[in-house]
Design a protein around this ligand. Structure first.
Ligand SMILES: [Zn+2]
Length: 191
């Protein structure tokens, strides 16, 4: 009747790359409705308790697609980025980093973020758009910390210690860079 959900998923790269973990929760109170939301970089799908495994698989696929479609439309604007920066500064840096401007730029391809402490400006590469929120938050926080401490010495990393996903975000970004360097898959070559 419907396409194999597993196959559907694997054919959608953008979808699989951002859904590292899916948790299905069955609820006896739910009768017909299915809903889904992100919890960090995990996706929670709520389904009625009586749903069959086949239905569950189909609905998980449907909901992942819906979420991905919503998120691709919901790129933070510069104002939201500024609000986010203020929130991160307050949460992790005792509100000591106070940037004057935070904005996306499209001319920054070798760095994820940059800042000019004398101007209080932070710029994020547009290539981060569409990455998980915890990754964008990490890059923002990283640049916020540079407004306080230049360079990457121990006092710099100490500022980022309280952000619980620093290591994970760095790993994600390293993975993105590494994937960009992968040699193309060998194909039949004409000698
Ligand atoms: Zn840095």
């Amino acid at each position: 009747m419907s396409a194999d959900p597993a196959h559907d998923l694997s054919s959608q790269q953008s979808l699989t790359s951002r859904t590292s973990e899916v948790e299905v929760r069955r609820s006896a109170r739910r009768r017909r409705t299915v809903s889904a939301y992100r919890e960090g970089d995990r996706t929670v799908v709520l389904i009625p308790a009586r749903m069959s495994v086949a239905e569950e698989q189909r609905w998980v696929t449907v909901m992942l697609e819906k979420l991905a479609a919503q998120e691709s439309k919901r790129i933070l604007g510069d104002d939201e980025l500024s609000a986010r920066a203020a929130q991160l500064s307050e949460q992790y840096l005792d509100a000591r980093a106070e940037p004057d401007t935070v904005r996306w730029v499209t001319n920054q391809n070798s760095r994820w973020g940059s800042c000019t402490p004398s101007e209080g400006s932070i710029r994020l590469s547009h290539r981060l758009q569409g990455m998980p929120e915890y990754v964008i938050d990490y890059v923002l926080l990283h640049e916020l910390a540079h407004l306080l401490v230049p360079g990457h010495g121990p006092s710099f990393w100490k500022l980022l210690e309280s952000y619980p996903r620093t290591e994970r975000a760095r790993g994600y970004l390293e993975g993105v860079v590494a994937a960009g360097r992968l040699p193309e898959l060998p194909t039949a070559r004409e000698e």
